[in-house]
Design a protein. Structure first.
Length: 107
């Protein structure tokens, strides 16, 4: 899956206190594999506490284009109703910011 066109980005955000993931990690880490030329998300993972949450976030993000950040945010808002929603969106925005900062250097 990885080649010269693939990059790995991470974003981190503080989780709300009192949820299981906060008890385990305190922050959410979102990692995405991205096609640097197109912005397509090839794979994704996060530090939520259940397998179902990991798979749901992966399924939600894979195939989306990071260049269309607001579309992905709306998808999360419309479909993810976990307590980590705001933190997840923040982590995604950080991935987007990092991508924009390095995109010019990579292409």
């Amino acid at each position: 899956m990885t080649d010269k066109r693939t990059i790995f980005l991470t974003g981190y955000a503080k989780l709300p206190e009192g949820i299981t993931a906060w008890e385990l990690y305190r922050i959410i880490a979102l990692g995405i594999l991205l096609d640097k030329e197109t912005g397509e998300i090839l794979d994704a993972d996060c530090t939520l506490s259940t397998r179902v949450a990991h798979e749901f976030i992966r399924d939600l993000l894979v195939g989306e284009n990071l260049n269309c950040l607001s579309d992905i945010e709306h998808k999360i808002i419309d479909q993810y109703f976990g307590s980590a929603k705001k933190a997840l969106i923040t982590a995604l925005r950080i991935c987007y910011k990092n991508y924009k900062q390095i995109k010019g250097r990579l292409l």
